[in-house]
Design a protein around this ligand. Sequence first.
Ligand SMILES: [Zn+2]
Length: 455
Amino acid sequence: MNQKLKLTFCGGAQSVTGSNYLLESGDTKILVDCGLFQGTKISEDKNDDSFPYDPASIDALFITHAHLDHIGRVPKLVRDGFRGKIFSTPPTRDLAELMLADSLGVMRKEARRSRKKDAIYSEDDIQRALGLWNPVDYHDGIPVADFNINFRDAGHVMGSAMVEIARGGKKILFTGDLGNPPNPLLRDTEKVTDADFLIIESTYGDREHEELNEANLKLERVIEDTMHSGGALMIPAFSLERTQKLLFQINDLVEHGRIPRAPIFLDSPLAIKATNVYKKYQRYYNENAKDIIRSGDALFQFPGLKMTLKTEESKAIKRAPFPKIIIAGSGMSNGGRIVHHELNYLPDPKSALLLMGYQAAGSLGRRLQERQKTVRIMGETVRVRARVENIRGYSAHPDMNDLFDFVHNTADTVKKVFVVQGEPKSSLFFTQRLRDYLGVDAAAPETGDNFELDI
Ligand SMILES: [Zn+2]
């Protein structure tokens, strides 16, 4: 006989970040994701708070994908007593190792700057977490108590998964973050038609995206413009997914002779390492990407591309002749190597800055997006004479229409939809749209809310 299942929203509720969901049935306790709360800082103060459950009592933790807002508190969970098993796909485990080590470095810097206590976990905590971590492929069922749990392809970033938890013929599905079709590299999000309960992201629950074709054309134009003016094109990029999509597209432009030859620097150790994980797991690519590789074109290797892992190599970019393209982190220019290039080239009217994603309020990226004429970088006042351009079509998330279609596919079976991982405006708008146009029972829970599910 089925016991009731209790679902508690411990994070990611009416907030994009901090994903953390608890399922309890009898003595069995399962977590889905354990992410950082993030704002302009990599780690917001509330990450220091203790978990609203005893980490030692948790049997298993399922990770949807390697973005920090889904994995960033895993080492802290271990520090606070968790000894259960962690499950994710193999690429997610590899990427998580990179992301956690990198974020520890940034957190330590932030702690020093604000003269606060140390980061929320240590190197040891990361290693202990990796010791509990089991890589499991898509559709390889994992039994936990009387549940059967499967990863399904979410198409968001390399290795990203939805978590499907089944018992007694009923299914609860956590989407994690979903993909933005068509993805040039990865497979599209798997279609789901049989969920009884759905916990769905809503990052862009109230917005439509620019088309991918439009984004590609804009990229080509911005590169050509900079080549002709003879400046530097700076692209602040997020290390995971955005960078690989960008490299894929530039590879296409170079291989087809659509842009003039010029040095292209990938100047981010994290992005270089993440790109290596993409290369390692080519079996997860879509057929289009596999065909290109079969035709003899290595996707992340083309004439002009230089990966600058070491600090000295990064510094030498300044001496490289114009024109040149520099891709560096962080994506919002709130740290990383990109700020050094911005200091050098923002005052140059021949140069350009290309923004490719969401820029949080308070970040340098946001001030540049707002076309401020002067900005402060590392204590210096910098006049912005370079052109500033925006591309929005490379988002890794679905827009409001794709999200709606995802729920539509399972509207016949779904008993309740919980809308999460969005700002309140976006979550509430999407929730209302599902109620109005699909007639499904939908809610946007708040942190701490819990529900009894009949499964
Ligand atoms: Zn994500």
